[in-house]
Structures are given as structure tokens and as C-alpha cells.
Design a binder for this molecule. Structure first.
Ligand SMILES: CC(C)(COP(=O)(O)OP(=O)(O)OC[C@H]1O[C@@H](n2cnc3c(N)ncnc32)[C@H](O)[C@@H]1OP(=O)(O)O)[C@@H](O)C(=O)NCCC(=O)NCCS
Length: 144
């Protein structure tokens, strides 16, 4: 199991870009995102060109099973490939990504109904900070 950088379209012909878009537009990811609208191909390509250097992909036996991203403010986002959910991957991904990021603190904003994500972050060592109750958002934090 290892984390690798997501590759630019000029390097892999768009393989990683398309994978991230497919995971982002999967129904569960959309339901749990702050914006649940599907992301279009062109908008995603522009976003990916800008930010692919902040994405890491988790490989298990040469298969891509999840993605980790830290934005410039230290906010973390994770996605696990639909076929690999419920196997403990997110917890490992968050542990590996947090250790790898060389950044501290890291923060995650998670919908309160996103039990799997909350449990994965907590198991990986994140702690609760005050929630945004009105928007039903949990805020979790990790320090090295
Ligand atoms: C949230 C997500 C990353 C979790 O990934 P995962 O690999 O399935 O999670 P894990 O298998 O590591 O499980 C984490 C915990 O949640 C629990 N869990 C898993 N699926 C669950 C479900 N559907 N309902 C409730 N709990 C669940 C597991 O039992 C585990 O808890 P435990 O360690 O106390 O036993 C994955 O569902 C996903 O990609 N969702 C869409 C994107 C998203 O919501 N990202 C988070 C926003 S920051």
C-alpha cells in the first residue's frame, strides 16, 4: 500500500484526472459533498490542472483505491473508490496522508450524517473541534 502523486494530463493522458472525476461524481460522494451538483468534464479539467499537485492516490497492489487532498488552507478531503468502501481503506488513507503531508494542523469538514467519514477521521487520530450545528457540519483537526 502506498500513496503516489496524482499525475498531470500531459503525463498519463488524463487517466488520473478522469478517475478523480468519476469518484467525485459518484452518488455517495455527491451526497456527502458541500456541493452536491455533478461536476462537468471541462470544469473538472480546469480545476485538476490547477490542483493535481495537491492530490495523492492510494495504491493497493497497483490498483487505485482512494484519493487524498490537502488544500492550501490545510483542509483535507478523502474519497475511496466505490468498489473498495467499507474495508478500512479510508482510515489507512487518512493516517498515511496526514503523516505524509508535512503540514500541521490539518482540518476536515464533514457532514454530521457522514458516519463512515467521521469514524475514519476519528480512528486516524483526528479530534472534534466545535461543530457548525446550523449547517450540520463537523470540524475535525489533527496535529502532528
Ligand atoms: C467516507 C469514505 C471516505 C469512507 O471510506 P471507507 O474506506 O468506506 O471507510 P472505512 O472502511 O475506513 O470505514 C471507516 C469507519 O466507518 C464505518 N463505516 C464504513 N461504512 C459505513 C457506512 N456505510 N455507514 C456507517 N459506518 C460505516 C466503518 O465500520 C469504520 O468504522 P470503525 O473503524 O469504527 O469500524 C467513503 O465512504 C467515501 O469515499 N465517501 C464519499 C466521499 C466522502 O464522503 N468523503 C469524505 C468527505 S471529507
Amino acid at each position: 500500500m502506498r500513496l503516489r502523486p496524482a499525475l498531470a494530463e500531459s503525463v498519463d493522458g488524463g487517466h488520473d484526472r478522469d478517475l478523480i472525476l468519476a469518484w467525485r461524481n459518484d452518488p455517495l460522494t455527491r451526497a456527502m459533498s458541500l456541493s452536491s451538483k455533478p461536476v462537468g468534464k471541462r470544469a473538472h479539467a480546469r480545476w485538476y490542472d490547477l490542483w493535481c499537485s495537491s492530490i495523492r492516490i492510494l495504491m493497493v497492489d497497483d490498483v487505485e483505491v482512494g484519493a487524498w487532498r490537502v488544500d492550501p488552507s490545510g483542509d483535507v478531503n478523502v474519497m475511496v473508490a466505490p468498489a473498495y468502501r467499507g474495508k478500512g481503506i479510508a482510515t489507512l488513507l487518512i493516517q498515511l496522508g496526514s503523516r505524509d503531508s508535512l503540514r500541521s494542523p490539518l482540518r476536515a469538514t464533514v457532514r454530521l450524517e457522514n458516519t463512515a467519514s467521521l469514524r475514519a477521521f476519528l480512528r486516524a487520530g483526528y479530534v472534534w473541534t466545535p461543530c457548525d450545528v446550523r449547517r450540520r457540519l463537523a470540524r475535525l483537526e489533527w496535529r502532528a
